[in-house]
Design a protein. Structure first.
Length: 148
């Protein structure tokens, strides 16, 4: 347990700038909006992104990921005491859903407004930006830098 103590100490509610807070809240609103799409008007498009090798019903995957997105979005906005942990969790979530983006590109699946190979390829390069946004806006990036 002594090994983990520095990690817990670093994850205490550290100060973030007004700019970071603005972008954290914006990201939270983005996640909530995406979650609503999972449950309603973009449900079919999100199903098209679930890779065929995922051993679950595609609609269930979309609903479960929408629940996760809603929870993370609400947490980003309201649970500021745990913003570092939430930022780390969101970064992991973005890594976990990335295979869906890759599958959409490789299979040439038209969904979510990406109807060309070029659009689907460009989207792949935005996932690292989302990961950095989650880490930076929550202060998690600073914690990770200090630990390395």
């Amino acid at each position: 347990m002594k090994i983990l103590q520095p990690i817990y100490h670093d994850m205490e509610n550290i100060a973030t700038t007004k700019t970071q807070n603005f972008f954290r809240i914006l990201l939270g609103l983005f996640m909530i909006t995406a979650a609503m799409g999972h449950f309603t008007f973009q449900r079919i498009d999100f199903q098209a992104q679930v890779p065929n090798w995922v051993p679950m019903d595609k609609d269930l995957v979309v609903i479960l990921s929408g629940i996760v997105e809603m929870a993370i979005g609400l947490a980003l906005i309201s649970l500021t005491r745990y913003k570092i942990q939430i930022g780390l969790g969101l970064a992991v979530f973005y890594v976990l859903v990335f295979p869906g983006n890759i599958a959409q590109y490789l299979n040439g699946t038209d969904a979510l407004g990406m109807n060309t190979d070029q659009a689907r390829l460009i989207r792949l390069f935005f996932q690292p930006i989302l990961i950095l946004w989650a880490l930076w806006s929550t202060g998690a990036l600073g914690v990770l830098r200090r630990r390395s």
